[in-house]
Design a protein around this ligand. Structure first.
Ligand code: SF4
Length: 255
C-alpha cells in the first residue's frame, strides 16, 4: 500500500465517525506557477522559500536570499493551464504597486486569450488585494493562510500580520471567490476558528500540516479538534481539500 493510501485508510478510520463527506479527499490542483515577482520579508519559520530550499534555475542571488525582487523577463511567459498560481511561493504584498498593476495588465491580456483560466493570488496581507480589487482579471481567486486563530506567541513563528488581523483583512475583502489555506494547521480554538472560517465563507479550504516536524516544532492540534473543525465547516457547505502530506491522526483523548 502506498503512503498516500495508508494515510487515506487511516483517515477512513478516524473520520468515519465524523460522517464527513468523502469528496473532501479530492486533491487540489494549484496549476502552473508564474513568478515575475519573488520574495517575502515575513520570515515564516516553516516557509520553503525562507529556508532557501526553493529551486532556483536562474541562480539568482535575490531568489536565494528570498528578498522581494522582480523577474520582468517572465512577464510575457504566462503558462497555459487551467489554474495559474501568481507568485505562489512569495508574498505579493511586498510587490511594488506599479509593477503589480503591470502584472495585472498582462494577466487580463492572457485572460482574453484563455477565458477559462483561473488566477490564484495569495498573501498573508490580504488588504493588499483590496487596493486592486477592480483591476483583477475575471476568474480570479484570492487566497490567504490562517494557521490558527491564536495570536499569542504567533510572532515566534512569523512576522506576518497576526491571525486575527489577517482574518479581519480577508473578511473585509469584498470579493466573491476566496480560498483559505490552513497550512500548516496549528493548535486552535474550535468554536472561534470555525466561526471565522464560516464568516469568511471561502469557496474552498485547503488543509496542510507541518512538513518538517523533526526540524521544526509547531503546536499541532489534537485530531478530535481537527475533526470537530472539519465537520463544522463542512456542515456549513464549505469544501475542504487536504495536502497530500496531511497526516490524519487517530482520535485522541485531549481535555
Ligand atoms: S508569508 Fe508566505 S512566502 Fe512569506 S515567509 Fe511566510 S510562507 Fe513564505
Amino acid at each position: 500500500m502506498s503512503n498516500t493510501n495508508k494515510k487515506r485508510s487511516k483517515q477512513a478510520v478516524t473520520r468515519s465517525t465524523a460522517e464527513i463527506n468523502s469528496s473532501t479527499t479530492t486533491k487540489f490542483d494549484y496549476g502552473a506557477s508564474w513568478e515575475p515577482f519573488r520574495g517575502c520579508r515575513f520570515g515564516c519559520k516553516y516557509c520553503a522559500g525562507n529556508n532557501n530550499s526553493v529551486e532556483d534555475a536562474n541562480h539568482c542571488v535575490k531568489c536565494k536570499a528570498f528578498a522581494p525582487h522582480y523577474h520582468p523577463e517572465v512577464l510575457n511567459l504566462i503558462p497555459n493551464d487551467t489554474v495559474i498560481s501568481v507568485c505562489g511561493s512569495s508574498d505579493l504584498s511586498f510587490c511594488d504597486y506599479n509593477y503589480f498593476q503591470h502584472m495585472l495588465f498582462k494577466l487580463r491580456q492572457h485572460q482574453r486569450r484563455h477565458p477559462k483560466t483561473c488566477y490564484l493570488f495569495q498573501s498573508k496581507q490580504p488588504y493588499f488585494f483590496g487596493i486592486f480589487i477592480n483591476e483583477l482579471p475575471p476568474n480570479t481567486i484570492l487566497a490567504t493562510t490562517l494557521e490558527t486563530n491564536r495570536d499569542e506567541d504567533y510572532g515566534e513563528i512569523s512576522a506576518a500580520p497576526t491571525p486575527s488581523e489577517r482574518y479581519r483583512q480577508f473578511l473585509n475583502l469584498d470579493f466573491p471567490q476566496k480560498f483559505l489555506m490552513l497550512d500548516p494547521l496549528m493548535d486552535f480554538d474550535v468554536h472561534v476558528f470555525a466561526e471565522w472560517i464560516i464568516r469568511i465563507n471561502p469557496q474552498l479550504v485547503y488543509v496542510g500540516s507541518n512538513r518538517h516536524p523533526s526540524k521544526l516544532l509547531l503546536p499541532d492540534p489534537f485530531s478530535d479538534k481537527t475533526n470537530a473543525l472539519f465537520r463544522t465547516i463542512e456542515c456549513a457547505g464549505i469544501k475542504i481539500y487536504y495536502s497530500e502530506t496531511y497526516i490524519f491522526k487517530e482520535d485522541s483523548c485531549s481535555p
